[in-house]
Each structure stands twice: as C-alpha cells, then as structure tokens.
Design a protein around this ligand. Structure first.
Ligand code: SF4
Length: 699
C-alpha cells in the first residue's frame, strides 16, 4: 500500500484477471502504474486478491511489443523457437501501414472459409463485438470462437437448453441471503479469491457450505460437508443426491408444477440411482449422500456454484444438467439467496460470449440459423450477408487447419499454443498455416508462429467495458499510454476491417458500444455515459435508473413456454480410463499466483517470485512409492506425450491422481491433455486423462 506522495493521479478500472471483476484504483506516477488498491465495486466492495493487488507490473515488462513485426523472409522454420526478448532473427520491425496491409492482404488472399478467428476473453466487450463482426462480415462465415470453448461452454449449453439463458441466475454476493450453498468442481480460494471471501463469511455466520471436488482444497476448512468424490463421477453422485430428494419427497411440488417441464421423466430416470448403488461409483458413502440431499432440500435459500471441474469433461453438459435439475426440483432459483452460478473464469468471458464471439450465436445468443435474427443484424451492419451455418469451434478449427480447409487465422489475445488440449497438435496446426496474424501484448507462444504481429494494449492502456461473472457490465479506463507504437485493440481491428473493404467508421469504443445496444436486448437501459458515471450496471437493468437485477427468473424463464426444463443425465465414463500402461488420473487447473498460460503473471515480479517453477502435486504416499522426495522431478506420460516436472507433496490429491497447473511453457500440461470433447458444448476433457507417473530419469 502506498500513500498519496507515491502517485500523482489515480484511475478507476477493473482487474484484468478473473471473472469476479474487482474494481481497482490504479495509482499512477510518471505514466507508470505504481500500485493498485481495491475500490467499492459491486462484486468486491474494496477487496482484492494477490493477483489484483500485485500482478499488474507485467504491463511495464521489457518484453512488451512496441512495434508491428513481420516475419523475415529468411527466418528459421516456424516453431516454438522465438526468444520474446530477442526476436530479431525471426521478425523485422514494420510501420503500422506496412503491417496492417500485410495482415489484411494475407487474410484476403486466402479469404472465405479458408480464414478463421480466435478472439479472447481478455478482450473488452467492444473488441469482442468488432472481432466477431470482422470475421462474419469480412469473410462471410461463423468460424469465430474463443476460450469460452475451453472453460464453460458445456455449462452454457446446459443453461441455454434448460433455463433459456447462459448467464448466472444470481450474483455470487447473494450467498449472504442463503443458508446452504454447494461449491462443486471449483477451487475459489485459488481461482476466484475475492468471491471465496464471501463464501467464507457465509460459513462463518452459520451457513452450510457443501464442497464437492475430487481434489481437496482450502475451502474444505470452512465446509459443513466435504465430498471428495472420484474424478469423473459427478453424474452418479448428483443423481444419487436427487434420488434421495425424490424418494423422501423433499422436492418442491408447487414450484415444479408452476415453473418447470419434464419432471416425470426426470423422476423416473432417477429411480435407478440409489445412493447405495452409486456409492461404489462415486466414492462417497450412501449416508453422506443422503445427508447432503436432506441438507440441500431443507434449505430456505440455497445456491449452487460450479467451476471447470464440472464443465471440462466429455460429459460436462450432463454434469451441469444435474445441477440445474437439483436447483429446479427444490425451487432454488429466482429468490434472494438462491440460484445457479457457474463461476466464470476470465475477466470478460461472460462479455465476450454475450458479444457473439462464438460460432453458433450472434450477439446476445441469437442463433445464426434464424433468418429473422440475421436480417435484423444485416440491417444494422449494412454490408453483406451473414452465413446461416454454425461455424467451427476452437478444436474443430485447428483440426480443419490440419485437414487443409483453413489456411489463415487472425488471433487476438488468445494463446492456443499453450491453452489447447494435446497442444503439440495445436502447435503443428499453427505452424502449418499459410498466414497467421497475431495481435497481442507479448510474443506469446502462439505469436512464435505468426507471419504478422500487431502490438496491442494492456487493460490499463485502453477504454472499454467488461462483464463479470455476476452479469455486471463495468467500465475500464486508460490510465497509462501503450508503450512505443502499440495501439488499442479496437483501433487495430477497425484498421484491418477497412483494409478488408468493410465500411467501418468507428472513432471510439463508445461508438461500438452504441451499436451493441441496438442489437443486444440485454444492454437495454445501459449506456456508455451511464457506465462512465456509475462504473457498473448489472444486466438486465429494467429502467435507466435501475442498477440492475441481481436475481433473475422469479416469475418465468426465457424459454418458449416460460418454463425451465429437467433434462435427465446418464452416467458416461471418461474418454480414457486408467489401465496398465497409464494407471493414474491427471487433472489440470490454475494456481492462485498464475493466470492461465502465464503470459501476464509469469512477467509479474511478485507473482513469479512466489511461484517461479513448473510443478505438479502428488499424494505423499505416491511420492514414497515412486521413490521421489518432495521437490524432486517426475515424468508424466499420457497417450499424447511426456513432460518432466517438479513434484510437490499434497495430501489434498488422491493417491491415484496428479494435479498439473497449465501456466508453464517449460513443462506444458497441455502436451498431455485429452482433446476428446463434450458433444454439446464441444469442450475438451481437461479434467481427466490416463497418465503414467515415474521418477524422472534426471533424478
Ligand atoms: Fe482480480 Fe479476480 Fe483477484 Fe478480484 S479475485 S483481484 S478480479 S484476480
């Protein structure tokens, strides 16, 4: 914490890391961010975690891109071979005109369905809107996606199907009105730390906190129940809990009759899932399952929070369907302290999805296949036809590159060379592209493969809105200038669009936001000026003065008949199960100090000092069996590849499991992960791979 002598001005903005969306005050001196304090945003009320407080200095890192770069004609073959501090052998500096012309000409030369776009949940809403519009309008198809495909796509699929909306039904802060809460497949103390402070306060005042996760976690200390179930056994455990609620008639018949459909089918389906039968599958004893069922069904107000432990499975949509059914049968939606809340990962994954950076929906989840929807957009966009066919998703696009159907890509802020499953396959696809344009703030692993690199802006250098996990649209403001010739992302995308022949005339992100309000009903009553004045407005906002609705669906659901739906879920085994060659289970995730692929946090002095080295976590008994001391090296091998990595001793990890964070390029967890996808959300199974763990040969 500094004092007023340490800065000469301060700017209110939003933390760039997780979906909690904490509001921050950036303290500036000599055009540098000196320190950061939390301010009174609706999600954080002044609180910040270690990333928000100490993780900002990456914006002044010497690796920042300051000039547009073009690949040299005599550069070495494309590969993961560029030193971000010493790139001159691979790229040469260019002017903006030269680089934008090269980027646009290369994309246009291939054109049509030979081009695809990956945006990022790090984009602002306006950048995301422009990006999807550029791909749809400039190339005439919907092959545009972003990292929501890798985090909550299956949750959104289940919510859209059964509730009619992909966003949360209640803000996480509503937990203050709850008496029971389930947190499943999420580790909020590490991944949504400020939200976790509200969960801990809830437990402290006597709320019953039911934590369900195959891995132990710090929130366990605050839990009334900790269910450390077998990895991949979510459906059997949740169906067993719901079986008890049916068997003991603990469900809310009045709510079910008034607000839902397909209850009889759900009820019949659950008959097969007695706790006694499921205990052996999910690893939780029948009495605990019964106790949890009674506790949840007996709540006056209950919430369900979930994370990627639920969504990143080939049955991720089924997992989320179970959670929705559990809330519906107990009438726990639409009242204070009740609701369904998938904890969104990235700071703007909600907003980027709302803005249409997904291949099957135009902004506000309006289906591309609907003629009326397309006509409405075409009238506003005033140029070209929107394709009626759903586009390809992240993993499908990279497969299409391997097949030769896609030959050029525009990638904004996304890092598939680190984040995608079976990442050697993704890297080979990037190397195969005839033309790759990367817009980013560093030479990321993905930018290693670029033909043109466009230097962009960090959060503290640009204007734009972002939408957090709570549906709160918040204003981000420029506090310092971008370094060198780096420019705001919206400007770069607009300049590229002009070179592709699109009649774009935006002069500021507020112009883009204004257009968004014309095509997105969710933004009704939310204006740029209002956000400038108030910093945050929650959607839906019912009047120009309404700060927004923290709880939705009190009276009806946004489905054709106004009712939510029960969709029964059956048990589906993970795509690959342990066997003699790969006898253990690998799961991946984040750590408190490092964010996703590490491009920002590994360039943050404090965060990298706390967690400087690639590591995995194994149970002490497993380490003993392997003859490895804590801190020693192990080799992890799956059907995709091997990595050597330092092993930590962690009792929270079951003896047959290994947990691997995915932020470290030198031991990239995604070399190992399974690219098999959920059929509905098309999300890869990051949370389950069969793995062999051995003492590393170097040990
Ligand atoms: Fe930033 Fe999330 Fe931490 Fe808040 S909880 S400070 S949004 S990383």
């Amino acid at each position: 914490m500094g004092d007023t002598a340490d800065f000469d001005r301060e700017v209110a903005s939003v933390c760039p890391f997780c979906g909690v969306g904490c509001q921050v005050s950036l303290k500036i001196k000599d055009n540098k961010v000196k320190f950061v304090e939390g301010i009174n945003g609706p999600a954080n009320e002044g609180r910040l975690c270690v990333k928000g407080r100490f993780g900002f200095d990456y914006i002044h890192h010497p690796h920042r891109l300051t000039k547009p770069l073009i690949r040299r004609a005599d550069a070495p073959a494309k590969g993961l071979n560029v030193d971000p501090g010493n790139w001159q052998q691979h790229f040469r500096e260019a002017t903006w005109d030269e680089a934008l012309d090269a980027a646009a000409n290369g994309l246009q030369a291939i054109g049509g369905k030979g081009v695809a776009g990956f945006g990022s949940a790090k984009c602002t809403n306006e950048e995301a809107y422009l990006f999807q519009k550029l791909i749809r309008q400039g190339f005439g198809h919907n092959n545009v996606d972003h990292c929501t495909r890798l985090c909550h796509a299956s949750s959104v699929a289940a919510l859209m199907e059964n509730v009619g909306s992909g966003a949360v039904t209640a803000t996480f802060n509503q937990i203050e009105h709850a008496d029971v809460a389930i947190v499943i497949g999420a580790n909020p103390i590490e991944n949504h730390p400020v939200a976790a402070t509200y969960f801990k306060q809830f437990a402290k005042r006597g709320g019953k906190l039911i934590v369900m996760d195959p891995r132990g976690q710090a929130l366990k200390r605050h839990a009334s129940h900790m269910l450390q179930f077998r990895p991949g056994a979510d459906v059997s455990m949740l169906n067993a809990i719901m079986h008890v609620i049916v068997e003991e008639q603990l469900y809310d018949q009045q709510y079910i009759a008034a607000y839902t459909e397909n209850w009889e089918a759900e009820k019949a389906h659950l008959a097969d899932f007695s706790p006694e039968k499921m205990a052996g599958i999910c690893g939780i004893d029948a009495e605990t399952l019964r106790d949890v069922a009674r506790t949840f069904a007996g709540a006056k107000a209950a919430m369900i929070f979930w994370g990627m432990g639920v969504s990143q499975h080939i049955h991720g949509t089924d997992n989320a369907r179970c959670l929705i059914s559990l809330a519906l049968m107990t009438g726990q939606v639409g009242r204070p302290g009740s609701g369904l809340h998938p904890l969104r990962g990235q700071n703007n994954v909600q907003g980027a999805s709302d803005a249409g950076m997904i291949p099957m929906f135009l902004p506000d989840y309006q289906p591309v296949g609907d003629q009326g929807v397309r006509t409405a957009f075409q009238e506003v966009w005033q140029h070209g036809e929107i394709d009626a066919t759903k586009g390809l998703t992240v993993t499908e696009i990279l497969d299409a590159v391997h097949d030769g159907d896609i030959r050029a890509m525009y990638i904004l802020g996304e890092n598939p060379a680190m984040s995608d499953p079976d990442v050697d396959h993704a890297r080979a696809a990037l190397a195969k592209l005839d033309h790759l344009v990367v817009q980013d703030i560093f030479i990321t692993e993905t930018a290693n493969f670029a033909d043109v690199i466009l230097p962009a802006s960090a959060f503290a250098e640009k204007s734009g809105t972002v939408t957090n996990t709570n549906r709160q649209v918040q204003m981000g403001r420029p506090a310092v200038p971008p370094p060198g010739d780096a420019r705001e992302d919206w400007w770069i995308t607009v300049e590229l669009a002009k070179r592709l022949g699109l009649p774009w005339t935006y002069a500021h992100p507020s112009d883009v936001f204004g257009e968004m309000t014309q095509v997105m009903a969710s933004l009704t009553n939310i204006t740029w000026d209002r956000l400038e004045a108030q910093n945050a407005v929650t959607y839906p906002s019912l009047t120009p003065d309404d700060p927004g609705q923290p709880i939705v669906f009190a009276d009806a659901f946004p489905r054709e008949n106004g009712r939510a739906r029960f969709t029964p879920a059956s048990v589906i085994a993970p795509d690959e199960t342990p066997d003699a060659d790969y006898p253990m289970i690998m799961t991946t995730g984040r750590q408190l100090e490092h964010w996703h692929t590490g491009s920002m946090t590994r360039r943050s002095r404090v965060l990298d000092a706390v967690e400087p080295e690639a590591n995995c976590s194994l149970h002490p008994s497993t380490l003993r069996r392997l003859g490895v001391e804590p801190g020693g090296m192990v080799r992890l091998t799956t059907r995709r590849g091997s990595i050597d990595i330092m092993a930590r001793s962690d009792r929270a990890v079951a003896p047959d499991m290994v947990f691997v964070p995915f932020a470290y390029v030198e031991a990239a967890a995604n070399i190992l992960t399974n690219p098999a996808i959920d059929p509905y959300g098309k999300i890869p199974e990051f949370k389950f791979a069969a793995v062999r763990v051995e003492k590393a040969q170097s040990e």
